[in-house]
Design a protein around this ligand. Structure first.
Ligand code: SAH
Length: 249
């Protein structure tokens, strides 16, 4: 058997892990050895009596910055244990996390993940080590832990054997370049609202066409950025293939 996906998380708050990842799908997968987790308490690598990990920002400004020497010691410790893992650092200054990045990580050996706190990490850390900065979105969290949990949750559910059905996850939002179509379940009537007739028709071609139309409508409305990209990909596809795809679907 190949080695399971390993996550090594550098944090000032190791007790936050596995946290929500100890429950449900991810929790069961952790128990079953489909992935593994270790935490590296950054404070253990401080050298002074007070276990200081931060200092004031060079050039002035509010808050504190995490020191590069202490972070590097914690990181080198984790790298020794996991020499093959890519290193990620959670930061709003990073490359945006996408479903395709999540998918490629989930097919790899795992990741070492550095969680920031305060105003973030000394930039020299990124120069001195091969670290990929990753952001989970255009907003500021109080620490990298929630961002790391988010990234790991997204990866873990794609590890083979974690989700029930092997096909689940394939036609979800972003996988096709569009948001997913709206979903419904029983009761058929609720507060005067019905499940759309077409979904009860049993006509699979009609259902497929309706779902595609809804995906396109909601993507256009809610995510003009995705819609633009989707449209330009469609436009650049050769006509013959387009037609063939339409016939197949
Ligand atoms: N002053 C920084 C924000 C620091 S927030 C800035 O403006 O860029 C403190 C820590 O929370 C960061 O170091 C990072 O680890 C984490 N964090 C906050 N928002 C994040 C986001 N959108 N994505 C990933 N990590 C985030």
């Amino acid at each position: 058997m190949t080695k399971p996906f390993s996550a090594s998380v550098l944090t000032l708050y190791p007790e936050m892990f596995p946290g929500p990842l100890g429950h449900s799908l991810a929790g069961r997968a952790l128990e079953n050895g489909l992935w593994s987790l270790d935490t590296v308490p950054i404070r253990d690598f401080a050298t002074d009596r007070h276990h200081t990990v931060d200092d004031t920002p060079a050039g002035g400004g509010a808050g504190m910055v995490m020191r590069p020497d202490i972070l590097a010691r914690a990181l080198d410790h984790s790298c020794e244990k996991h020499p093959d893992l890519p290193i990620l650092a959670m930061t709003p200054r990073g490359y945006p996390l996408t479903q395709s990045k999540v998918r490629s990580l989930s097919q790899g050996a795992g990741a070492i993940i550095i969680c920031g706190r305060f105003e973030g990490m000394d930039e020299r850390l990124f120069e001195a080590r091969a670290i990929e900065p990753v952001s989970v979105g255009d907003y500021i969290l109080s620490g990298g832990e929630m961002a790391a949990l988010t990234l790991l949750d997204a990866c873990i559910r794609l590890i083979p054997g974690v989700m029930g059905k092997i096909t689940s996850g394939e036609d979800e939002s972003f996988e096709t370049g569009l948001l997913e179509y709206p979903q419904y379940t029983r009761p058929v009537e609720w507060e005067g609202l019905s499940i759309p007739e077409v979904l009860r028709s049993g006509n699979h071609a009609h259902i497929k066409a309706w779902r595609q139309a809804m995906s396109e409508r909601d993507t256009r409305l809610r995510r003009p950025d995705l819609w633009e990209r989707y449209r330009s990909v469609q436009a650049s596809r050769p006509l013959a293939r387009n037609k063939k795809d339409r016939n197949e679907k």
